[in-house]
Design a protein around this ligand. Sequence first.
Ligand code: BES
Ligand code: ZN
Ligand code: ZN
Length: 460
Amino acid sequence: MITLTRAEGSLAEGQAPLKVAWVKEGRLLSQGEALDARLGGLLRRALEGASLKEGESLLVAAPEGQVLLFGLGEDARSSGGRLAQALLRLRFPEALVEPLPEAYALAEGLLLGAYRFDRHRSEKEEKALTLRILGAEEVLERARKVAEGVYLARDLVNEPPNLLTPEALAERALELRALGVEVEVLDEEAIASLGMGAFLAVAQGSANPPRFIRLRYAPPGARARLDLVGKGLTFDSGGYSLKPTESMTTMKGDMAGAAAVLGAMKSAALLGLPVEIRGYIAACENMISGRAYRVGDVLKTLSGKTVEVMNTDAEGRLTLADALFYAEREGAERILELSTLTGAAVVALGEEVAALFATEPAWGSLVQEAAHRAGEKVWPMPLEKAYREKLKSPVADLKNVGDRNGGAITAALFLSEFVRVPLAHLDIAGPAFAKKGHALGPEGGTGFGVRTILEVAQAL
Ligand code: BES
Ligand code: ZN
Ligand code: ZN
């Protein structure tokens, strides 16, 4: 648990048992210099011969309390994350932190870096850390509200799949009502009577029934509208096209797109963003049973288009086809969709960069620039029409997979068949789930997408 509070004055004048001064390329920043002058050059002497790289630290005992000299890197957000982790590790309960020009990024990094998921551990590491930061309260307040959404997304991804079933995910969505977000949950019967044949087929193998979740955050006088769709597979075994165990170990996170939508909704409501945001999540499990869908099945989507299933592990695009078509029918003007859709996107861009596909260049650029401002890595990919023929089926309008090549592209082309309004598709299969700890958090769910969505909404 980390709390950020605002402190007044300066590092030199402030009173604290522990003060943190940043060091970059062997030098103190201005407030650190002032503190050092007061301490008669103690800090500079301690720094001699020690080149503190990002995340490295040196603890100096001074007459009025200790000073932690901490290596600042290129990115204030990451350095903030590393600092929070170091302070938690050193078990300091409280510190006064020197401000940086990138005040917002620092605050966000401190909060994100301190995230822990210990809900299911018998021995909790309940370490409370209070950081007093010199700077403006508005900046801290915004960072707290954004971090709340990222924390929610991470918690949902980290929650094990036996506990976070489609129904449980819907319950978590309903909790957003307390913030003024309208939430409606459709059960299996309602999904069937709507005609979401593709979504239902993916869901039918599981003993845990599917849920379709609709959310609407509509502040009075909203200046624009944004529609979000998130992939909501609470577990993806692959179905009859079964995944090997190793590939299945992170598949509780196959609802990371949905988690990003819920996290962003939460932050948007807390921030009071002046934009109407709607969200759609088709939540289900991809399982094996006597009722599960098969390879060879032909499904009728909500749009009326038929799909031949050539691989039951390409299930996300089937659930999304119905959710996207539904979103457009509800009046979406433009859609931002996030999904842990393909391993091919991870092969192409690795585990840190999301693949961005857009049916309209202006919409794609807006999302790319928003992601850049948010500090989330995305890279544009081509929606190459020439590959559309890979999705031709001998018996239906489309099949759900192409061949081995260009797998992220054919998946994106498949989705684009179900919408006419501008669509931006973010394949977050890589960055949604961290296999090891990093500057902004531990291994597990990253909450990727929440910050980008918020920046997109603010740019409208
Ligand atoms: N959920 C997976 C994609 C995925 C892979 C997410 C790795 C996170 C990490 C998706 O449903 C899937 O299985 N896609 C298949 C598609 C293939 C059958 C065309 C894949 O990528 O192998
Ligand atoms: Zn799959
Ligand atoms: Zn999947």
